[in-house]
Design a protein around this ligand. Structure first.
Ligand code: UDP
Ligand code: UDP
Length: 450
């Protein structure tokens, strides 16, 4: 969902700018959430053409992972060479091809051979993009040869420098397929026509400048900040209990807790979070997730939380174990804070709604995103909590930090800063804002090619 949602929001923006849009989709999707979002999108935008892209099967042993999302990603990468005839069959012909950051090496040769301008849509932060763009250089060799210590910083000209302890742990394992693919894609990135990022200038000015003036990597194509991509009406499913419950809560009083669409927490950690929320004394709306893929969720909330914790929670907050409309929740006036894994979409949604965050990165790009959240004043990050699986953080500590975000003296400063980030975010995508203008200029370039 962290890739699909921003892609569909981008497609919606392009439609609003009068572009003719085709979306290539994969069937079946891994999660329910994906298939429902795809069908809601096409119902809302009948003018968008849907093309189905059939995938070759992948043998999990050759993909070196049993993560279903990763296997799907591998299947797409390995099938991508079949796209050529499909892409060249369009009438009128395509003006541009926009593809995910994990499809760089498979799609560059195709867009080149079809003389089709190809753009990477990088669905993470500009700071993470700087790391990605640097990975084909000596930095990557140093990472894979183990020359860095966790306390070192990378020699990449982003401010402040990226600590080695923040980079995705899989990068530090030179044998991981993840590290190999990232390095390969990083080498090819110079051959694309541009990189689109769901960010905005005020939030990531330094990283965007370093990317665009050649400091991160000489010869990098233009980087376009087009965010925050605005949440759309089609994303809203059935409006269920969370919104009804929020309507009865005082303004700014609720902390919303979610770790994204594919991060399951251990039973032990889930119960500590529950105790922490109760201890914080704040009202809360908490989305519990015990399985990476929503289709695999079996236990009900009572089984997961246990009788004692269920009792303690009564009257203090709402706990759910299903998909919620996160952007609607973050936009609700009752929500004052967000305990999040700092997935990039979640961070951008918090920025868009001006909601302060407590970042608790779990894996992948999330520590680098947490740095952006912290630097911009949008939120706090407790470094000692480490990566998701590293330690079990105790409820007492979680409760204290939530209180600090929601109620301490410094929390009002945080609230003001987050509100300011929210104002800038709206300005960026509003009429004549930087991101809106950037997208319009890009569309104009495509029109000029035609
Ligand atoms: N999301 C949602 N409801 C949920 C869980 C997630 O709407 O119950 C959305 C969230 O708003 C965001 C996306 O799923 O748009 C998650 O993307 P993110 O990059 O934050 O994290 P990921 O799921 O990729 O780890
Ligand atoms: N992964 C894996 N084995 C590998 C490499 C990656 O299982 O060798 C999975 C793992 O679940 C990891 C994900 O792929 O978390 C990559 O996700 P990340 O959050 O870094 O990228 P994103 O989805 O945000 O682009």
């Amino acid at each position: 969902m962290g890739h699909l949602t921003p892609f569909l929001r981008l497609a919606a923006s392009l439609v609003h700018q009068k572009c003719r849009v085709t979306v290539l989709t994969i069937h079946p999707s891994v999660s329910h959430a994906e298939s429902q979002l795809i069908s809601r999108f096409f119902s809302a935008f009948p003018q968008v053409t849907q093309k189905h892209f059939p995938l070759l099967p992948v043998d999990p042993s050759t993909a070196k992972s049993d993560d279903p999302f990763w296997l799907q990603r591998e299947a797409i990468r390995r099938s991508a060479y079949l796209l050529s005839p499909l892409l060249s069959s369009f009438s009128p012909p395509l003006s541009a091809l926009i593809y995910d950051k994990f499809l760089v090496s498979p799609l560059i040769p195709i867009s080149t051979s079809l003389s089709l301008p190809g753009y990477i849509f990088f669905t993470s932060s500009a700071r993470m993009c700087s790391l990605f763009a640097s990975l084909s250089t000596t930095v990557a060799d140093k990472i894979s040869s183990g020359s860095y210590h966790l306390s070192d910083h990378l020699e990449i000209p982003v401010i402040p420098p990226i600590p080695v302890s923040s980079i995705p742990p899989l990068f530090l394992n030179p044998n991981s397929i993840f590290a190999t693919i990232f390095k390969e894609d990083s080498r090819e990135v110079l051959k694309s026509n541009g990189i689109l990022i769901n960010t905005f200038e005020m939030l990531e000015q330094d990283s965007l400048d370093a990317l665009n003036d050649g400091r991160v990597r000489k010869g990098l194509p233009p980087v376009y900040a087009i965010g925050p991509l605005e949440p759309c009406e089609f994303e809203n499913g059935e409006r269920g209990s969370p919104l009804k419950w929020l309507n009865d809560q005082p303004a700014g009083s609720v902390v919303y807790v979610s770790f994204g669409s594919r991060t399951a927490r251990s039973m032990e950690q889930i119960r500590e979070i529950g105790h922490g929320l109760v201890r914080s004394g704040c009202r809360f709306l908490w989305v519990v997730k015990t399985k990476e893929v929503d289709r695999d969720e079996e236990e009900d909330l009572h089984e997961v939380l246990g009788h004692e914790l269920m009792q303690k929670i009564q009257g203090k907050g709402l706990v759910v174990k299903h998909w919620v409309d996160q952007s609607e929740i973050l936009g609700h006036k009752a929500v004052g804070g967000f305990l999040s894994h700092s997935g990039w979409n979640s961070s951008m949604e918090a920025a868009y709604h001006g909601v302060r965050m407590l970042a608790w990165p779990q894996h992948g790009d999330q520590k680098i995103n947490a740095e952006v959240v912290e630097m911009s004043g949008l939120g706090l990050w407790v470094r000692s909590w480490g990566w998701g699986q590293e330690v079990v953080v105790k409820g007492e500590e979680i409760g204290e930090k939530i209180k600090e975000m929601m109620e301490s003296e410094s929390s009002s400063l945080l609230r003001v800063q987050a509100a300011r980030v929210g104002e800038e975010a709206r300005k960026a995508v509003g009429v004549c804002g930087n991101s809106e203008t950037t997208l319009k200029e890009l569309i104009q370039e495509w029109n000029d090619i035609d």
